[in-house]
Design a protein around this ligand. Structure first.
Ligand SMILES: NC(=O)c1ccc[n+]([C@@H]2O[C@H](COP(=O)([O-])OP(=O)(O)OC[C@H]3O[C@@H](n4cnc5c(N)ncnc54)[C@H](OP(=O)(O)O)[C@@H]3O)[C@@H](O)[C@H]2O)c1
Length: 277
């Protein structure tokens, strides 16, 4: 079995790649930084013995998408599993406090790239009757009302997409699983300049916790998995709450975080900063 993992040099993607490698899965790892890819590939191959290829590609770029599609469709070296993991959050200020290009880059990576790579990978998987997609969404998919609404919306799209595919693919032998984590220790928040100091320690997951839950769920073809007991409980309660209560509760949690940055010049002064998940 071979998996192609996007965003595999850090955080959740790296942990999923490592978990798959431990289970004997060969890898194609994708990210932009070539040096970092090479060093991660050497470490993964060393500790697991699997074959690890690197593919340096920017998924915000048509040429990068084309290179990954070409690798996904290489009939001489089949990719059985696509892990749609690479994603970015919104800087402080959320949707209204950043320029529109910031949100467009976000939806390009979190939505468009996922859709394009999945559409390219699925026909051969369906023909072979095995393999599938593991898509990294977020608990933010279920939390409307925070300032980072384009991020939440992109992850709601990922949930609808991956869960919907699970139903569409039911008779094909091809799996589709979506993982929706809460706060995870990675480079995600520092990359978008979001401070996380106010987030309670008990709400943090490790990338490894997420990876084990995700890879197990993919093996069972579970449509949607929320890693971590506290987040699973919160999700179960939240999905039964009236929507106004849910919005108010999550906005209160988000307002406990603060940021050293102020967002772009178009930021409305009253917009709070937030720790996206
Ligand atoms: N951390 C959280 O709290 C959290 C919670 C829920 C969901 N998530 C989701 O989990 C996923 C992974 O996030 P993470 O926390 O592991 O973040 P991370 O530590 O920042 O890792 C991001 C990875 O994606 C790659 N990447 C970024 N932009 C890219 C691009 N344009 N083209 C190709 N690769 C790109 C990065 O490598 P290069 O920079 O070298 O390209 C890196 O390997 C995201 O979809 C995120 O939305 C995160």
């Amino acid at each position: 079995m071979r998996a192609l993992v996007t965003g595999a040099t850090s955080g959740i993607g790296l942990a999923i790649a490592a978990e798959l490698a431990l289970r004997g899965t060969d890898l194609v790892i994708v990210a932009r930084d070539k040096n970092r890819l090479d060093s991660v590939a050497a470490r993964l191959a060393n500790y697991s013995g699997v074959t690890v290829e690197t593919l340096a590609a920017d998924l915000l770029d048509d040429a990068g998408i084309a290179a990954v599609i070409s690798r996904l469709q290489d009939a001489d070296s089949v990719v059985d599993m696509l892990v749609n993991n690479a994603g970015i959050g919104l800087p402080p200020g959320g949707f209204l406090g950043n320029d529109i290009d910031t949100s467009r880059r976000l939806t390009s990576l979190n939505v468009d790239a996922v859709m394009r790579l999945s559409h390219a990978a699925l026909p051969a998987m369906i023909r072979r009757g095995r393999g599938g997609l593991l898509t990294v969404a977020s608990i933010a998919a279920f939390t409307p009302g925070t300032p980072a609404i384009t991020y939440s919306a992109s992850k709601a799209w990922a949930v609808a997409f991956g869960e919907g595919l699970n139903t569409l693919l039911r008779s094909t032998g091809v799996h589709s699983t979506v993982v929706a984590p809460g706060f995870v220790r990675s480079e995600f928040h520092s990359r978008s300049g979001v401070a996380t100091a106010g987030i309670p320690e008990r709400l943090w997951l490790t990338p490894e916790q997420v990876a084990i839950a995700a890879v197990n769920a993919f093996a069972r073809n579970t449509p949607l998995v929320v890693p971590g007991a506290i987040w699973r409980t919160g999700f179960a309660i939240g999905s039964r709450l009236p929507r106004p209560w849910l919005r108010a509760g999550f906005a209160a949690l988000m307002s406990r975080t603060s940021s050293p940055r102020t967002g772009s010049s178009s930021a409305a002064p009253s917009i709070q900063t937030e720790g996206t998940v």
